[in-house]
Design a protein around this ligand. Structure first.
Ligand SMILES: C[S@@+](CC[C@H](N)C(=O)[O-])C[C@H]1O[C@@H](n2cnc3c(N)ncnc32)[C@H](O)[C@@H]1O
Length: 467
């Protein structure tokens, strides 16, 4: 077994392996309210409509997969029938018809992302139909970032070419691990050739940005095996990589229970695996972004990091191209005019609500002024790895932030003592070793966690392990 990265010690890692949010939103999803419904969503859309000249981002969720990967934490519906997508697309059509007019004249997209599930579960004519449904209501800026998630095992060259013809210029590919033993354990068989061929097809078809997803912390993963995966994937030279820590949340995703038959990697092993990713990908000339992303120096994610436009949402790290992001499709999350808006998380309810002529919104949250402030601090930590009160005062229009967060600042000092950050009187910079503890530092600014700990009324785990 190799040394722990950054000379960390096992006891410290085990002690800090608590459960905690990944801060893909703040306030986090368990805090959103079921009292927030279609009327609240419409009010947010009406506020967004008041800025007709600003562009929008749009996320569309396509939940279908033909197989269930046992680690999967996403909202999916397994189906062996390609025509299952037809009634779903009918519902998406209705949702767009209900939603788009509420945005008035604000109809220009600067970013579109199709996520899943597996968007390429859809045949070429269905992909074309979905794009036409969107184009009926929205126009695209000439420089729009148009992206899609694909699973190399089920995605054909024809689908990639059709997507490129529709204007898709970024592709995100799920790989996870190339080691056959890991793939078998998690029921996600995918040969290196499949991945290699799809990368080649994407490049030949003119895809401009290629992302590959890997995961560490899976059963049967060894340092040797993961090192081979990292080498093979780095040789494919994608523009970006996401190296996600496996989130084991069997109380939300019962299929994950099957993975408990294996000894799941513990916190020190996970740190070693992530340490390998840092070492190999930095050597392959990638820059590290936030918790778990890697990008080539000239990738748009790096530009966003430098210009302060790097954002974190339920998809991970993204370029914040527009102030507001619409979410369409079952389970999708929108971030619009100070609110989070989430749709029904099962296709039956989603389709039934739309058939009845209602927006399928099941929960959400209007952020308070305090939420906005804490969100700005947490985003700054998770994205820029920095807290600077003067900068945050300028960005939020608030004053006296050092005094406002005096107790949180005190609570950060032990992290500085451990070398995870450096602190001055009004600024904090997370160090390279501190990158592994970003979630821990962000948790100190999370009011709802503090309240729940106080109430002690909270039962059972809600979040995955932080390490
Ligand atoms: C919607 S999924 C993948 C899209 C596509 N269906 C595929 O499988 O290639 C997006 C990514 O989330 C990550 N992911 C899924 N479940 C996860 C979990 N439990 N913990 C951490 N990451 C997870 C995987 O890396 C996956 O590629």
């Amino acid at each position: 077994m190799s040394e722990l990265p950054f000379g960390l010690d096992e006891a410290l890692l085990s002690r800090l392996a608590v459960s905690g949010p990944r801060y893909t939103s703040y306030p986090t999803a368990p805090e959103w309210s079921a009292d927030f419904g279609p009327g609240d969503a419409s009010a947010a859309y009406a506020r967004a409509a008041q800025r007709p000249d600003e562009p929008l981002s749009l996320y569309v969720h396509l939940p279908f997969c033909s197989r269930l990967c046992l680690y999967c934490g996403c909202t999916v519906e397994i189906s062996g029938r390609p025509d299952r997508a037809d009634s779903y697309l009918d519902a998406v059509e209705r949702e767009l018809e209900l939603l788009a007019p509420q945005l008035g004249a604000r109809r220009t997209l600067t970013q579109l992302h199709w996520g899943g599930g597996t968007p390429t579960f859809l045949s070429v004519p269905r992909l074309q139909r979905l794009h036409a449904l969107i184009s009926k209501h929205f126009t695209f800026r000439s420089d729009a970032e148009v992206s899609v998630e694909v699973d190399p095992h089920v995605t054909s060259a024809e689908q990639v070419s059709a997507l490129v013809d529709l204007g898709f210029n970024r592709v995100s590919m799920g790989v996870q691990d190339l080691d056959a033993r890991v793939q078998h354990a998690v029921r996600r068989e995918q040969t290196s050739d499949e991945t290699h061929d799809l990368v080649a097809h994407c490049r030949a078809a003119g895809v401009e940005g290629l992302n590959i997803d890997l995961m560490y912390g899976l059963p049967e993963q060894t340092e040797q095996g993961f090192a081979a995966t990292l080498d093979a994937v780095a040789a494919l030279a994608p523009d970006r990589l996401a190296v996600f820590g496996y989130a084991h949340v069997p109380w939300l995703k019962p299929a994950q229970k099957a993975l408990e038959d294996y000894a799941l990697p513990d916190a020190p092993t996970r740190a070693r695996l992530f340490g390998l990713a840092l070492q190999k990908l930095v050597a392959a000339d990638y820059q590290v972004v936030g918790l778990d992303h890697f990008a080539k120096r000239d990738d748009s994610l790096m530009h966003a990091l430098r210009d302060g436009r790097l954002h974190r949402n339920f998809m991970g790290y993204a370029v914040r191209a527009a102030e507001d992001m619409l979410g369409v499709g079952m389970s999708s999350i929108g971030e619009v005019a100070g609110a989070f808006i989430q749709n029904a998380r099962d296709t039956k309810t989603y389709e039934a609500e739309l058939a009845a002529g209602r927006l399928p919104v099941i929960r959400g949250l209007h952020r308070s002024a305090e939420d906005e402030l804490r969100r700005a601090v947490i985003l700054s930590l998770m994205c820029q790895m920095r807290i600077s009160w003067p900068e945050l005062e300028q960005a939020t229009g608030r004053t006296q932030l050092a005094a406002h967060f005096a107790s949180e600042w005190e609570a950060l000092k032990p992290f500085a003592d451990l070398g995870m950050c450096t602190m001055s009187s009004d600024a904090l910079q997370v160090t390279e070793v501190g990158r592994l503890f970003l979630r821990h530092m962000a948790m100190l600014f999370d009011e709802s966690l503090a309240k729940r700990a106080q109430d002690q009324g909270d039962q059972g785990p809600r979040f995955s392990k932080t390490l």
